[in-house]
Ligand binder design. Structure first.
Ligand SMILES: Cc1cc2nc3c(=O)[nH]c(=O)nc-3n(C[C@H](O)[C@H](O)[C@H](O)COP(=O)(O)OP(=O)(O)OC[C@H]3O[C@@H](n4cnc5c(N)ncnc54)[C@H](O)[C@@H]3O)c2cc1C
Length: 358
C-alpha cells in the first residue's frame, strides 16, 4: 500500500463514511468487507435510520444527545457534498417524529414523555410536546379520529439509508481511483494489528493506520450484538409523512415512511447474537401492532423481512479508541445514523488526515 495509507476493516455505516471523508482529504484508503458492496444485510442496510436524539434518551444520556444534535447539524452538509460529488440525492427529512398510544397504554405514553424530559437538558424540555386528538390529526391526517393523545418531537429526523449507502459507494470508488486505495469486497478480515490486515484467505495487507469498523464482527471487548428484525411494506393507501412510534407494553413499534409508499416497520430488540431469519413470533408482533395503527396496513405488501445485530456497549455509548495500535470505531448500537457524523469527525481529527496524507 502507498505511504500514508489507511486500511479500514468493515464497510457498513462507519467504515463507508470514514473512507469517504479520508479520501476527500487525500488519504489513500483500502476498505475491506466480507460482503459485496451492494449487500444490505449489515446493520447499516437493515436500519430504519431515524435520527432521533430525543427518543434515544430512553436508552441514552446527555452525552449521546449532544452527539446526536451535532450529527443532525452535520448530515445536511455532508449530504449536499455527496450530491455535488456524485449527482445522487439522499432523502433526508427533518420534520420531527410522532409518538402515539392506544387508550390502555396512556400510562406508558406518560412515562415515556416524563423519562425523555427528565434526561433532557432543561432548555430542551419544551421540545417534547404533548398533543391532543386535533394536534395528532394536524400532523398526520391519516390518524384523525384514531388517536386521542400523542407526543411530538419536532427536532427529530430520518434519512434513507439505502440511498446513503449507494451514494457513498458512488463517491468512494472514483476517489480511490484518483487518490489511491481499493474496495476489497467479499473479503473477510481474520485479524488486524497496528499496520496489518490479514484476510481469511491468507493475504496480508500493510497500511500506516488500521481502523476496525466491523461492528459486532470486530470482537471488541464489551461490544455485544442486539438482534433487531424489521419489515419493509409497500402501502401507498396510507400517507404518513414522518416516523411514528407506537407505545406498547410489550414492544415498541416504529413506522418510518420512505418514498414511493414504502414503510420500514421495526423493530424487535432481543439480547441475542442470533443472525438467523426473523421468527414467527416477531413477525406476528410487528405486523399486528402495525395493523392496530391503521387498518389499511392490513393490505400492505411485505417486500422485505430483514434481521441484523446492533453493536452495543454496556453504557450504550459509542467507542472511538485505540488498542494495541489499532483504532476502533464501534458500539453505535441502535443510534448509529444518529451519531455517526459526530463520531467520524472525531476519527478524522484523531487520525490527522492532513498528517497521514502522502
Ligand atoms: C433493526 C435495526 C434498526 C436500526 N435502526 C436505527 C435507527 O433508526 N437509527 C439509527 O441511528 N440507527 C439505527 N440502527 C443502528 C445502526 O444501523 C448501527 O448503529 C450502525 O449500522 C453501526 O454501524 P457499523 O459500521 O458499526 O456496523 P455495520 O453497519 O454493521 O457495518 C459493519 C460491517 O463490517 C463488516 N464485517 C463484519 N465482520 C467482518 C469481517 N470479519 N471481515 C470483513 N468485514 C466484516 C460487515 O459485513 C458490515 O458491512 C439500527 C440497527 C438495526 C439492526
Amino acid at each position: 500500500m502507498a505511504r500514508g495509507s489507511v486500511a479500514i476493516a468493515g464497510a457498513g455505516l462507519t467504515g463507508r463514511l470514514l473512507a469517504w471523508r479520508l479520501l476527500r482529504a487525500g488519504v489513500p484508503v483500502h476498505l475491506f468487507d466480507a460482503r459485496a458492496r451492494s449487500d444490505r444485510d449489515h446493520a447499516a442496510g437493515v436500519a430504519a435510520a431515524m435520527l432521533a436524539p430525543y427518543a434515544e434518551l430512553v436508552v441514552g444520556d446527555a452525552a449521546l444527545f449532544a452527539l446526536g444534535e451535532e450529527s443532525l447539524a452535520t448530515w445536511p452538509r455532508w449530504l449536499d457534498e455527496l450530491r455535488t460529488q456524485t449527482g445522487r440525492s439522499v432523502d433526508f427529512r427533518h420534520e420531527g417524529s410522532l409518538v402515539v398510544a392506544h387508550a390502555p397504554d396512556y400510562p406508558g405514553l406518560d412515562h415515556y414523555a416524563d423519562l425523555i424530559r427528565y434526561r433532557l437538558p432543561p432548555d430542551k424540555r419544551g421540545e417534547v410536546r404533548s398533543l391532543d386528538a386535533q394536534g395528532v390529526a394536524a400532523l398526520e391526517p391519516e390518524f384523525a379520529g384514531r388517536f386521542a393523545r400523542g407526543l411530538w418531537l419536532p427536532q427529530e429526523g430520518q434519512l434513507d439509508n439505502d440511498e446513503l449507502l449507494g451514494a457513498l459507494e458512488a463517491a468512494i470508488v472514483p476517489d480511490m481511483a484518483r487518490v489511491g486505495g481499493e474496495w476489497h469486497e467479499r473479503c473477510t478480515v481474520a485479524a488486524v494489528d497496528a499496520h496489518t490486515v490479514r484476510t481469511a484467505d491468507g493475504a496480508v495487507f500493510e497500511a500506516d493506520r488500521v481502523i476496525d469498523c466491523r461492528g459486532v464482527g470486530a470482537g471488541w471487548p464489551g461490544v455485544r450484538g442486539v438482534r433487531g428484525e424489521v419489515l419493509t411494506v409497500s402501502c401507498p393507501a396510507v400517507a404518513l409523512r414522518r416516523p411514528v412510534r407506537l407505545i406498547h407494553p410489550r414492544y415498541m413499534l416504529y413506522i418510518v415512511p420512505r418514498s414511493g409508499g414504502r414503510y420500514i416497520i421495526g423493530a424487535t430488540e432481543l439480547e441475542s447474537a442470533d443472525t438467523g431469519p426473523a421468527t414467527v413470533r416477531s413477525l406476528l408482533e410487528l405486523a399486528s401492532a402495525l395493523y392496530s395503527v391503521h387498518p389499511a396496513f392490513g393490505e400492505a405488501h411485505v417486500t422485505r423481512i430483514a434481521t441484523s445485530l446492533r453493536p452495543a456497549t454496556d453504557d450504550h455509548q459509542p467507542v472511538w479508541a485505540q488498542r494495541d495500535g489499532v483504532w476502533h470505531l464501534n458500539g453505535l448500537y441502535r443510534h448509529g445514523f444518529l451519531v455517526a457524523p459526530a463520531m467520524v469527525a472525531r476519527a478524522e481529527t484523531a487520525l490527522g488526515a492532513a498528517e497521514v496524507s502522502p
